[in-house]
Design a protein around this ligand. Structure first.
Ligand code: G1P
Length: 306
């Protein structure tokens, strides 16, 4: 059986993005003109996933509304004759079969995954952390499904991270297997740089076998007092093989203001409708060291007005 179901975790507080996330789910912040979470739902669908479980929490209702029908909005667009936007709004509400599950207490990523056991059942499934936006020709999860189909075991997405950033990731001890594929010999959550087994960090895409649920039941709170998925994976490794896959694509950490800005700029530049003009605007900014960006912007604005 290949991968039919996915879990998207969206219950976190979004503290790295406060105050924007005080009253708005971070998953609904727009990258160009789409909420962050729509990118991962589209990636899931493009990877052959049929059913998606979004783990939400208190204050996250906007996510449900985004993927629901909105008859009033549709009616208004129809009346205005804005058929393009109407089609897009309707497309979003029929992207996938989505259900929502509330994580009542934020006890960690591992805990969020274990709450989905009743809906996943006894089959392998994908996990998406929506902070991680991965852009590329072939969807990251589609690449991972191919690795799963070949090895039939859990697969985690990995990428090289700077040595001084290993304490922000789950880090794997890799044993090379084939091109871009490693067997994970051990895994550690956010190690100190001098204790990291490599600089291959896990990013927010996983394919997990259902045995992970049993492992998570046995996983005590770890780093930060939270039940860590990484610790559950370390238990799983002792029972069955887990692979790491170095995906092809560019990953952005859209859960921080800087990563979000980088993703916004790159994705906007690639959009055929606004990309060319946005590029021309960026070219008017002389960003060389010491140059006063404000004065360039004023020049641009006055020439635009004139
Ligand atoms: C989580 C995981 C970590 C992983 C990271 C990827 O950490 O616990 O192992 O490397 O996502 O984005 P978080 O960034 O949620 O603290």
């Amino acid at each position: 059986m290949s991968i039919r179901k996915a879990v998207v975790t969206a219950a976190g507080w979004g503290t790295r993005f406060l105050p924007a996330t005080k009253a708005q789910p971070k998953e609904t912040l727009p990258l160009v003109d789409r909420p962050i979470i729509q990118y991962v739902i589209e990636e899931a669908v493009a990877s052959g996933i049929e059913q998606i479980i979004i783990v939400t929490a208190w204050g996250k209702r906007a996510i449900e509304d985004h993927f629901d029908r909105s008859f009033e909005l549709e009616h208004a667009l129809e009346k205005k004759g804005d058929l393009e936007r109407l089609a897009e709004v309707r497309r979003i509400s029929s992207l996938a079969d989505i259900c929502y599950l509330r994580q009542k207490e934020q006890l960690g990523l591992g805990h969020a995954i274990s709450t989905t056991r009743c809906l996943i059942g006894d089959e392998p499934f994908a996990v998406f952390l929506p902070d991680d936006i991965i852009d590329g020709e072939e969807p990251c999860m589609k690449q991972m499904v191919q690795v799963y189909d070949r090895y039939k075991c859990s697969v985690v997405a990995v990428q090289s991270v700077p040595p001084d950033a290993v304490d922000k990731y789950g880090i794997i001890e890799p044993r090379p297997m084939s091109e871009r594929v490693y067997q994970v010999m051990s895994v550690v959550e956010k190690p100190h740089p001098h204790e990291a087994p490599s600089n291959l960090g896990i990013v927010g895409r996983y394919i997990l076998t259902p045995e992970i649920f049993e492992m998570l039941d046995r996983t005590p709170p770890g780093k930060g007092g939270e039940v860590q998925l990484t610790d559950g994976l370390q238990l799983l490794i002792q029972r069955q093989a887990v692979y790491g896959y170095e995906f092809v694509g560019t990953r952005y950490d859209a859960g921080t203001p800087l990563g979000f800005l980088k993703a916004s700029v790159d994705l906007a530049l690639r959009r055929p409708d606004i990309g060319p003009e946005f590029r021309r605007y960026l070219q008017t900014l002389n960003l060389s060291d010491g140059h006063n960006v404000d004065s360039v912007r004023e020049e641009h604005e006055s020439s635009a007005k004139g």
